[in-house]
Design a protein around this ligand. Sequence first.
Ligand SMILES: *[C@@H]1O[C@H](CO)[C@@H](O)[C@H](O)[C@H]1NC(C)=O
Ligand SMILES: *[C@@H]1O[C@H](CO)[C@@H](O)[C@H](O)[C@H]1NC(C)=O
Ligand SMILES: *[C@@H]1O[C@H](CO)[C@@H](O)[C@H](O)[C@H]1NC(C)=O
Ligand SMILES: *[C@@H]1O[C@H](CO)[C@@H](O)[C@H](O)[C@H]1NC(C)=O
Ligand SMILES: *[C@@H]1O[C@H](CO)[C@@H](O)[C@H](O)[C@H]1NC(C)=O
Ligand SMILES: *[C@@H]1O[C@H](CO)[C@@H](O)[C@H](O)[C@H]1NC(C)=O
Ligand SMILES: *[C@@H]1O[C@H](CO)[C@@H](O)[C@H](O)[C@H]1NC(C)=O
Length: 524
Amino acid sequence: MQIFSTFDINGDLTMAISRCLFVAGLFVMLTCSAAKKMNVLFFVSDDMRPELASYLGPDFPSPVHPNMHTPNLDVLASMSLVLKRAYVQQAVCSPSRTSLLTGRRPDTTHVYDLVKYFRKVGGNFTTIPQYFKQNGYMSVGMGKIFHPGSASDNDDPISWSVPYYHANRSFWNPFGHEHSWLSVNESMQKEYPLPDQQIAQHATETLKQLAPDAKSGKKPFFLGVGFHKPHLPFIAPEQFFDFYPPEDIRLPDNDYAPVGMPPVAWSSYGELRNYGDIAKLNASGAINSTLPPQVIKDLRRAYYSALSFTDTLIGTVMNELKNLGLADNTIISFWGDHGWQLGEHGEWCKHTNFEDATHAPMMVHIPGKTDKGIATDALTEFVDLFPTLVEAAGLSPLELCPEGKSTETILCREGTSLMPLIDDPNSKTWKTKAFSQYPRENGKIMGYTMRTDRYRYTEWVEFEGAPKYKPNWSALNATELYDHMTDPEENHNLAIDSSSHSVVQELSKQLHAGWRDALPLENE
Ligand SMILES: *[C@@H]1O[C@H](CO)[C@@H](O)[C@H](O)[C@H]1NC(C)=O
Ligand SMILES: *[C@@H]1O[C@H](CO)[C@@H](O)[C@H](O)[C@H]1NC(C)=O
Ligand SMILES: *[C@@H]1O[C@H](CO)[C@@H](O)[C@H](O)[C@H]1NC(C)=O
Ligand SMILES: *[C@@H]1O[C@H](CO)[C@@H](O)[C@H](O)[C@H]1NC(C)=O
Ligand SMILES: *[C@@H]1O[C@H](CO)[C@@H](O)[C@H](O)[C@H]1NC(C)=O
Ligand SMILES: *[C@@H]1O[C@H](CO)[C@@H](O)[C@H](O)[C@H]1NC(C)=O
Ligand SMILES: *[C@@H]1O[C@H](CO)[C@@H](O)[C@H](O)[C@H]1NC(C)=O
C-alpha cells in the first residue's frame, strides 16, 4: 500500500485508490492521477413544481403550461436521469429539505414545521454536504438550502467548509408585503438587485475560486446553490413575463375541492392571503371558494415567469462551470423542495398531501453515465438523493438505517440510490411506493399518504408527538383514495365509495407497513 500513500497527500483520493487497486506496476501513477474525484454542483429551487417543458408527457400528473420557457433546465434534463415521479416526504420547506439533506423521513428527523432543528429534536445526523466535507471535499453553500434561522441553527454550520453566503435580504421585496407578484424593470433591478441574481453571481465567482484545486485534483468541491424563486412573492424581471402572453394563460379546469374530500385534507393557503393585494379581496381560503379568475391568471403567469427567471440563473451557473472546463468532471443535481398548487381544487401554495403539493422535480447529471438523458416513471422519493450522490461520487456507500434505530444512527439512509434506474429505468424490482405526510391540528393529526403506480391513498390519523412520534392507526379521522388511471387530477375521493372497500383495505395494510416494506427487492 506504500505507493498509494504517495497520492494520499491531498487526503481525498479514496476513489482514485479504489479504481487503481487492480492496476499494477509503473502504470499505477498515470492511471490513478487521471481518476480524479468528481465535483458536485447541487442546485435547489424553492416552491418549484415540475412545471418544466421536459416534464410534459402523456402520463404527467401536473398540468404543465404548454409553452414553458425553461431552456436551461431542459438542457440539464437532456443529459440527466430525470425522476418524473419524485415525491417529497412533506410538502413544506424545512421538513422536506431536512429530510432530503439527512436522507431520513420526518418521523425520524422529527421536523414537521419551520422552527425545529433536526440536531435538537431528531439526532445528530450527517447531512449530504457534511458527508462530502468529511470525505475531503470543499463544501460551500449559498442562498436557501437548509431552511434558514432556528430550523437549521443558521444553515447548519457543521455542513460547510467555509462561512455560508446569503444574498442581501433588504432587496427581498422592495415594496413590503403588498404584492404577491411583481414585474420589475431594468432600472429597478439596478436599484434593488434581486437576491437570486446576487446568488448566481456569487456562485460564478465561487466556481472561479474553486476551479484550480478541483481541476488539479487537489480538492474537489461540493457547491450548494439554493435559489429563492419561484417562491412568493413572484418577483421577476419584466422580460420573463414576455414569455407568457396573458391570453395564453389558462385557468385550472378543476376549481373545486375533490368530491368527498374530508375537511382535514384542506389548507386555507394563508401564506398567499397574507399579501396585501390578495388580502384586500377578502378571500376566506374556505373549501370551494375561489379567487377571481383574473387574479388566478395573473398569479399563474407570474409564477411561470419567476420559474423561468430561476431557470436562467441556473443556466448562468452551469455556463460558468462549462467555461471553467469543469463540466466533464462535475455531477449536477437539481430539485425543487416540493410541489405547488396553482389554483387546482381552488387550492394554493403547498401544505397538503395532494399530488400537486407532494410531486416535485428532481434530476441528476452524472458525467459519463447519464449524458444521453434518461427519463424514468419509477416512483422515487427525495430521501433517495443522498445515497445517489454518494454512489455517483464513489464515496463509501450508506447503510440502510437499522429498524427502530434510525434516530440513534449518525450516518445511514432511509432512501435508496437511484443509480440502478440509469441502467434500467423500467426496473421491475424498484420500490413500489412513495410516502409523504402532513400534520394538522398542531401535530395532533397526521395525514400519511402513499403513491403507488395507480393510486394515491391517504389516512388522517391521531398522532402522538414527542417522545414517541407515532401514528395511532386505530384512531382514524379520514381516508382518501384517488385513482390516477381514471382521475389524474384527484377530483374524486373514492374512499367513501363502498365499491372501493377491498382496494382501501389492501392499500391501508400497505400504508401501515410503511416504506421499509416497499423497498426495492435487492434492499430487503
Ligand atoms: C455531531 O456530530 C459531529 C460529527 O458528525 C460532531 O463533530 C459533533 O460534535 C456532534 N455534535 C453533538 C452535539 O453530538
Ligand atoms: C444590504 O443593502 C442595504 C441597502 O443598500 C445596505 O444598507 C445594507 O448595509 C446591506 N446589508 C449587507 C449585509 O450588506
Ligand atoms: C421602472 O419601474 C418603476 C416602479 O414601477 C417606475 O417608477 C419607473 O418609472 C420604471 N422605469 C422605467 C424606465 O420604466
Ligand atoms: C366542493 O365542490 C364539489 C364540486 O361541486 C362538491 O362535489 C364537493 O362536495 C364540495 N365540497 C365541499 C366540502 O363543499
Ligand atoms: C372587503 O371587506 C372590506 C371590509 O368589510 C370591504 O370594505 C371591502 O369592500 C371588501 N372588498 C371586497 C373586494 O369584497
Ligand atoms: C388509539 O386509538 C384508539 C381509538 O381511539 C384508542 O382506543 C387507543 O387507546 C389509542 N391507542 C393509543 C396507544 O393511544
Ligand atoms: C377529524 O379532525 C377534525 C379536525 O381537523 C375534527 O374536527 C373532526 O371532528 C375529526 N373527525 C373525526 C371523525 O375524528
